[in-house]
Write a new protein. Structure first.
Length: 201
């Protein structure tokens, strides 16, 4: 069903809307430059697919596997990724607005040069991922694991990271990325030790 809808959307330049796709399995399929509106993907496997330049309006991915898929230059608004696997996903130069990422895995993913505007990240993993040179506005991060994550040139001013793990993150020597961010005392001590500063308690 999903493949047929995609082919029709491409040939007729139509929006895929008001549909529910459940237990669909597609691998290495071209789904680029397609507009989705009010669509739900439930328990779908969409591995190594090309979603680049696609647009998602009120679209939910629930318990899906979109690992190694390409979402570069995609646009998201009021959408959700819930309990899903997006390991190795490519979200470079994407625009995410009022979008929620909940209880999902984004290890080894790449969000470089993206805009995260009024988004919610709750109980997610971004181990060894890249969020370099991003713009983050009014977004919330709760219980997110950023282990070895690349934050280079992404200012977190005004963002609360105190409930997150920020172990081994990649940032500038002058801590530019974390200026104005909220972190807890344990995080601050760990960061100082990374830069060779010993803390005496």
């Amino acid at each position: 069903m999903l493949k047929d809808c995609i082919k029709k959307a491409i040939s007729d330049e139509e929006t895929i809307e008001n549909l529910i796709f459940e237990n669909e399995e597609i691998t290495e399929f071209d789904i680029s430059s397609i507009e989705f509106e009010k669509v739900k993907f439930i328990k779908c496997t969409l591995k190594k697919c090309n979603f680049s330049r696609s647009r998602f309006y009120s679209v939910d991915f629930i318990n899906c596997n979109v690992s190694l898929s390409d979402f570069a230059k995609s646009f998201w608004k009021k959408s959700k990724i819930i309990e899903s696997n997006a390991v190795g996903g490519k979200f470079i130069e994407s625009n995410l607005k009022e979008t929620q990422m909940i209880n999902s895995i984004f290890d080894y993913s790449n969000f470089s040069n993206s805009l995260l505007d009024d988004c919610v990240f709750d109980t997610c993993k971004f181990n060894e991922s890249s969020l370099s040179e991003c713009k983050i506005k009014k977004s919330t991060f709760k219980n997110v694991t950023f282990s070895g994550t690349d934050f280079f040139k992404t200012p977190f001013k005004g963002i609360d990271l105190s409930d997150c793990l920020i172990d081994g993150i990649k940032i500038s020597a002058n801590l530019f990325e974390l200026k104005g961010a909220k972190i807890n005392s344990e995080q601050a001590i760990a960061l100082l030790r990374v830069f060779g500063i010993e803390i005496v308690l």
